[in-house]
Design a protein. Structure first.
Length: 379
């Protein structure tokens, strides 16, 4: 078992913050002398997925500018040490944050989520405050009025600009948004060594979380999941990679039960994916079945078939984007997933996905992101 797996296991065993703090203090890494850019992460260890995919682009940025991560939870800080070479500063309390801001006087602060504690740093007027988000999707989360709190928001393409323009009052997209593409998609990843070989085409099923409430219940595990996986297995035509969201089943028992049922259904050559990052799956899989999430939008760049589920809850499907155009798979048709995959493979559907890919993602890579941050720092 790797050191990261050990750390994750300990985190799942609910290490107390006090215990984690003592361990952090014993293993304290070198504190950076300077940090022109701070990356703020105010959430707990269970939300590390929200910053994890940004770490490779941030490490490239750190080759040009001094960068440090500011973390509030010692359990998250301990886990991040296994994931990145970027220096980490633990700041549990407001006094700690003030000491960090006083010492480093950063030119820019970057945010990967909408944690309420972001406002602890937004109180400081001197740096440029930039919201990165942790994905590009058509969830209502992506048009939060909280965007007005930041000096700038980096977005992936024209779809995000139009989404903000349609949803927010008195929000100047020309000055508050900067299109940079999706740099995380340009970091190559190798598939895991334990992925079984197969001659079957591979379908990736990657459901999202059930969310924090009914309006955010985009996850399909409880409504679609078991029926879809059963149909895929019964067809004998596909290998299934099952990658549930890291938070799936934490709030609703029905989602946890469906997740466990699907995991029991799968054995080689099928695969239950618990790898840390999303990326290698886009090369390994031939088609994707997923929910309204960033996974669906990222998949557009693969030019491979896509089936998206329709939420069984009150979670809204935003107008004007690809999801209002695609034939979403309803819960009462979950067993027809094979038919939906065949339809999604048609030439017309592939052409439709390519048009949406051009709309959601502007040209841009890690260098585009680095240049954008350098420009902000130089203001």
């Amino acid at each position: 078992m790797s050191s990261l797996q050990v750390a994750l296991a300990r985190s799942r065993d609910a290490m107390s913050a006090r215990t984690a703090l003592r361990e952090w203090q014993r293993a304290q890494a070198h504190v950076p002398e300077e940090a022109a850019v701070l990356v703020y992460f105010g959430s707990g260890a269970q939300y590390l997925y929200q910053i994890r995919d940004w770490l490779p682009p941030l490490e490239v940025l750190a080759d040009k500018l001094p960068v440090a991560l500011v973390v509030r939870d010692p359990r998250a800080a301990l886990l991040l040490r296994h994931l990145t070479t970027i220096p980490i500063v633990l700041a549990r309390w407001l006094a700690d944050l003030d000491a960090v801001m006083t010492r480093y006087q950063p030119r820019a602060v970057l945010y990967v989520n909408q944690n309420v504690s972001n406002f602890d740093l937004l109180a400081y007027a001197a740096p440029q405050h930039v919201f990165l988000s942790h994905g590009e999707s058509d969830k209502v989360y992506m048009v939060s009025n909280q965007a007005k709190a930041y000096d700038l928001t980096f977005v992936a393409g024209q779809a995000a600009v139009d989404r903000y323009a349609a949803a927010l009052h008195d929000f100047d997209t020309a000055t508050k948004l900067r299109i940079i593409g999706r740099p995380q998609l340009h970091i190559p990843q190798e598939p895991p060594a334990d992925l079984p070989p197969t001659n079957l085409p591979t379908v990736l099923y990657a459901p999202t979380t059930e969310g924090s409430g009914e309006v955010m219940e985009y996850g399909s595990l409880a409504s679609h999941g078991v029926a879809m996986v059963s149909a895929l297995l019964a067809s004998g035509a596909y290998r299934v990679i099952f990658r549930p969201h890291p938070q799936a089943g934490r709030r609703l028992a029905a989602h946890a039960d469906a997740k466990a049922t699907i995991e029991r259904m799968l054995s080689a050559p099928h695969y239950v994916d618990t790898t840390p990052r999303f990326g290698w799956q886009q090369e390994a899989a031939d088609a994707l079945v997923c929910d309204i999430s960033a996974v669906a939008v990222d998949w557009l760049t693969t030019s491979k078939p896509l089936v998206v589920t329709r939420p069984a809850s009150r979670a809204p499907v935003l107008e004007g984007g690809m999801l209002a155009d695609l034939p979403l798979l309803a819960a009462d048709r979950a067993g027809d997933v094979v038919t939906a995959l065949v339809a999604a493979s048609s030439a017309d559907e592939m052409a439709r996905l390519q048009r949406w890919a051009d709309y959601y993602f502007a040209p841009g890579d890690v260098a585009t992101f680095v240049d954008a941050v350098c420009d902000v720092v130089g203001r």
